[in-house]
Write a protein that binds this ligand. Structure first.
Ligand code: SF4
Ligand code: SF4
Length: 366
């Protein structure tokens, strides 16, 4: 992706941020299960508590407004959305969770909404909230695969015509600070992936980090630059043509539906919580939940991916031969060298230097 000029001056010191306060306005009223909000409560690198309670040096004071996690309810909660809309909550980062329905394709009612329009008494649709808040936000983040690319709700045959945030706002959309939408996909989002990204953006808002590096699907490159397969505990089995055909095996799961070799996701390296988990590492197939083509392009789940038939067929000869040769070498290197035994002769091959002498307890240098 071509590099863009940083929208904020980048400070090199760890001095306090010139931006004292930032709000995170988190809209969960897309089509979703709120699973991303729940998932993020498991983050530790950093945790939500670390960010909100000011445990991270240099970060501005952060206020979180999320309907799943907030103590406030009703108008007490909604007032922050109205303030953000009026420009009274500045700066703020807008987080969108859930896919964006198409409100133009129906004759009555609405697909998704949050709060009430005080002028009309009618629900404010999710699309209206995005239209009102996105132009005022310093940065906009799509959390989870529903918000990033549409996800489960946007699969073939759905009645809502829903889509991801970049489909709705436009892939070239920029915030008032010149930032593209930042996509953190996952179904749900991996907790630390999200918190690391939001922390990066908060540092950027504070002028203390360069422009966030994104790929052409607007994902942070350091999180989504590698495949599941490249970090998988089972990759050595794949290489050796050693495939499981049922669950509960430690072997490679590609024959029972793992898409890991072609999916951008870091959970096999990062784990899910405290470094533990990460679908194939703990016995689950990768169904490509971080990908724009999810779920349609990965179905039917649990069938061997068609491309895998070819690539694993090509491995058959090579893998079997390598496995046999490695078994021989493995037996060899499991043996100790022959000189490691008691006896009166030194048989290690050691050659004493001139002037060395023998004592009763062995060979000593003079
Ligand atoms: S289980 Fe999946 S990700 Fe792991 S080695 Fe096999 S194909 Fe690759
Ligand atoms: S390994 Fe696959 S299924 Fe698991 S989180 Fe990553 S993309 Fe989703």
């Amino acid at each position: 992706m071509p590099s863009r000029p940083a929208p904020f001056p980048v400070k090199k010191s760890s001095a306090a941020s010139p931006v004292k306060e930032v709000h995170i306005v988190w809209l969960t009223a897309g089509l979703s299960c709120d699973g991303d909000s729940v998932s993020v409560t498991n983050a530790e690198q950093p945790s939500i508590e670390d960010v909100i309670l000011g445990a991270i040096p240099g970060l501005p004071k952060v206020y979180l407004h999320n309907p799943v996690l907030d103590y406030d309810v009703g108008e007490g909660f909604m007032k922050y959305f109205y303030q953000a809309e009026r420009g009274e909550l500045d700066p703020f980062v807008l987080v969108v969770e859930g896919s964006i329905p198409n409100e133009n394709i129906k004759s009555e009612g609405y697909w998704a909404a949050q709060g009430t329009d005080h002028k009309t008494g009618q629900p404010i649709t999710t699309c209206e909230w995005i239209d009102r808040l996105a132009p005022k936000a310093l940065a906009v983040v799509a959390a989870g695969t529903c918000a990033t690319y549409g996800g489960i709700h946007a699969m073939a045959g759905n009645p809502t015509g829903c889509m991801g945030l970049a489909d709705y706002l436009g892939w070239n959309w920029r915030s008032k600070a010149g930032l593209p939408i930042v996509n953190v996909p996952g179904c749900p989002v991996q907790p630390d992936n999200f918190m690391e990204t939001i922390t990066y953006l908060l540092f950027q808002v504070a002028g203390m980090a360069p422009l966030i590096p994104l790929d052409d699907k607007l994902r942070p490159t350091w999180l989504f630059g590698k495949t599941v397969h490249e970090g998988c505990d089972r990759a050595a089995y794949y290489e050796q043509d050693d495939f499981g055909i049922e669950y509960g095996t430690p072997k490679c799961l590609v024959k029972i539906g793992c898409w890991g070799p072609v999916v951008n996701c870091n959970v096999t390296k990062r784990g899910w919580m405290r470094g533990i988990g990460g679908c194939p590492n703990v016995g689950g197939i990768c169904i490509g939940c971080t990908m724009p083509g999810f779920p349609d392009m990965f179905m039917p789940f649990m069938d061997e991916p068609s491309g895998a038939r070819f690539s694993t067929a090509a491995l058959t000869m090579y893998g079997k031969m390598i496995r046999a040769l490695r078994a021989i070498t493995n037996r060899t290197v499991n043996g100790e060298p022959e000189w490691r035994r008691p006896g009166r002769e030194l048989i290690t091959g050691y050659q004493p230097r001139a002037g060395a002498y023998r004592s009763q307890s062995g060979l000593r240098a003079a």
